[in-house]
Design a protein around this ligand. Structure first.
Ligand code: FDA
Length: 390
């Protein structure tokens, strides 16, 4: 039976980075993946240009039952470390917005870079390989649809449940649980929200309309754009807030994020004869005006309306509060929230506290980044930490 120092399950972002770090240390490394291609999520990420990190990465941009867990790894493998790697491979990149770094060209450059680094570190990658069983006696034994292999160290890097059609499975959770590790709060995150029929009757006709908003859930707020969909709401502001949303909690949207509550009063003073609908169309797309403005008021000259009525109208649009019907689920979720409980892992090495040689990295852990390159940074950092010691 073939024996390796390190077997990595999953040839995604975290698994490839762990393999590179271990291979560079002279470890004999095998990466197994059931997909026909390595790094499939990297390829489709960031609209095909891969938002590979975020300059403003800090532990506060991650959700976890233990918000301190990610600190050590993020401090030891930083966005600058990844940028240095990207630069060494001559990959052009730019900052799009809010510290988000994207490739100038295709995301494939990142996968090509990771595979070149794997080759340089003499890592073996075996694709189209189904994993059937993982056991441990004095070493790990990994049974697959081909010959089994053994390993001194096993790194779980098979990600979470989001986008099953890209090959996502819960195998990391199953293996972790079999070795006694606990699982925490697994749920779709960075996911579009669906609306109940009461709201949908108003918003369905707005599918495709985008608007800058402030989204609030509890004490968390994001100021970004939102997109109406046929079934509910999406866009960056909604994806961000969805990670914080729990069943039956309300979400509040400020649909006029850039406008003060008195905005219509100021406009009324300047143009009292203008129809309310006309002035509102200066604040939001006219399709939104038609959907949100009471029909009885739309044609009224603003001069006929009291300041209080105008204030109330704007105030209502700045505090649109609703309880989502649900989410679009793992089929549309950019990541999986929750995962392997970090209480059972070392934050320095990602090694299981009670199972020497077992490591877990990337999205499989209960560490979930905001939208904007944070999830890849976590994958690189956690993969790097495990690969540096395994
Ligand atoms: P990842 O999912 O990348 O890799 C897991 C690997 O394990 C896969 O290769 C899979 O085939 C393999 N695997 C799974 N089950 C297996 C099994 N049973 N047997 C064998 N192999 C198995 N993040 C970001 O920071 N910037 C961005 O631009 C984007 N964009 C983006 C777009 C879309 C559409 C999605 C769905 C996600 C993103 N993300 C993102 C999130 C990011 O892709 C994600 O957080 C990382 O890929 C996680 O890396 P991992 O290596 O942990 O898992």
């Amino acid at each position: 039976m073939q024996h390796y120092d390190v077997v990595v399950l999953g040839a995604g972002a975290a698994g490839l980075m762990a393999a590179i770090a271990a291979g560079r240390r002279g470890r004999r490394v095998l990466v197994l993946d059931h997909a026909s291609e390595a790094g499939r999520k990297i390829l489709i990420s960031g609209g095909g240009r891969c938002n590979f990190t975020n300059l403003h990465t800090s532990p506060s941009c991650f959700l976890s039952a233990n918000p301190h867990f990610c600190k050590s790894a993020l401090a030891r493998f930083t966005p600058q470390d990844f940028i240095a790697l990207v630069d060494r491979h001559g990959i052009g990149w730019h900052e799009k917005t809010l510290g988000q770094l994207f490739c100038d060209g295709s995301a494939r450059a990142i996968v090509t870079m990771l595979l070149a680094e794997c080759a340089a570190a003499e890592v073996t990658i075996s694709l189209n390989r189904a994993i059937t069983e993982v056991t441990r006696s004095d070493r790990f034994r990994i049974d697959t649809d081909r010959a089994p292999v053994t390993a001194d160290a096993l790194i779980l890097a098979t990600g979470g449940l989001s986008i099953p059609k890209l090959g996502a499975t819960g195998i990391a959770y199953d293996i972790a649980a079999r070795f006694g590790l606990r699982l925490a709060g697994i749920r779709p995150a960075l996911v579009p929200l669906t609306l109940a029929p009461a709201e949908l009757t108003r918003t369905q006709c707005l599918a495709g309309v985008s608007q800058p908003v402030v989204a609030l859930c509890g004490r968390t707020r994001f100021r970004e754009s939102m997109l109406f969909t046929h079934r509910g709401l999406s866009g960056p502001a909604i994806l961000q807030i969805s990670s914080f949303w729990q069943d039956s909690t309300p979400i509040t949207l400020d649909l006029l994020a850039d406008q003060p509550t008195a905005t219509l009063i100021t406009r009324k003073r300047a143009r009292p004869k203008a129809a309310l609908r006309t002035l509102m169309a200066e604040l939001m797309p006219s399709r939104m005006v038609e959907a949100f403005l009471p029909t009885s008021l739309a044609a009224s000259p603003v001069g006929n309306l009291t300041d209080q009525a105008l204030t109330d109208l704007i105030a209502a649009l700045k505090t649109w509060c609703f309880i989502p019907a649900g989410t679009e689920g793992y089929a549309k979720a950019e990541v999986t929230g929750g995962g392997i409980d970090t209480a059972d892992l070392s934050s320095q090495t990602m090694q299981a506290r009670h199972v020497p040689g077992l490591y877990a990295v990337g999205e499989a852990l209960d560490v979930t980044g905001w939208l904007g390159g944070y999830n890849f940074q976590w994958a690189w950092a956690s993969g790097w930490c495990a690969g540096s010691v395994a």
